[in-house]
Design a protein around this ligand. Sequence first.
Ligand SMILES: CC(C)(COP(=O)(O)OP(=O)(O)OC[C@H]1O[C@@H](n2cnc3c(N)ncnc32)[C@H](O)[C@@H]1OP(=O)(O)O)[C@@H](O)C(=O)NCCC(=O)NCCS
Length: 168
Amino acid sequence: MNNKNKNDVEVEIRTATIDDLADIFHLGEIVFTSQEVSNLYRTWDEYEVTHLYNSEAEYMLVAIVDDVLVGFALGTTIEKNRSAWNYGHLLWLGGDPDYGRLGVASQLFERFKELMVEANVRMLLVDTQADNDGAIRFFHKKGFTNPVDHVYMTMKLRNKSNKGSRNS
Ligand SMILES: CC(C)(COP(=O)(O)OP(=O)(O)OC[C@H]1O[C@@H](n2cnc3c(N)ncnc32)[C@H](O)[C@@H]1OP(=O)(O)O)[C@@H](O)C(=O)NCCC(=O)NCCS
């Protein structure tokens, strides 16, 4: 929590440019700790940012306060075969902890939602770890419902790199 006042902080939300990519990546390194990204299928790395910039730049939003990047929302749209529905997936939402609870993520989310409506999206998806209480409260507050349990399973395979390992 910080000691800033919501009314004193002016947030600009805009589409990301190439100059924002490093700041997005480094803020992600702070906010996507192992708690938030502790599974194997989601990894925060430079390629996530550059790949999304190459493919979905229009759905990359940043929040700026006093020329400093304090948040971002990165998403994509999904068209399912044989379905009249378009889905939007908010892949990564991050807010600088120094500007937490000031409505930064809310403003990013509202703009993201507008973009999704313009793209004819009929349902939005988000996902996060089951123990990420802050994010889950945030998404509930924004109107997300119906959380679905999702189970990941892993299996170790013997190969040259782990054959001699005690744990294999
Ligand atoms: C979750 C996160 C995006 C919220 O950002 P934020 O800018 O602080 O959010 P906002 O100020 O817009 O919060 C809006 C409301 O959401 C809820 N909320 C947000 N963070 C919360 C928290 N840590 N605990 C409880 N409720 C929370 C509150 O109801 C809040 O309203 P209030 O402050 O008036 O009570 C931010 O904490 C973050 O980056 N977390 C780590 C990354 C992450 O988990 N991302 C989501 C999955 S990709």
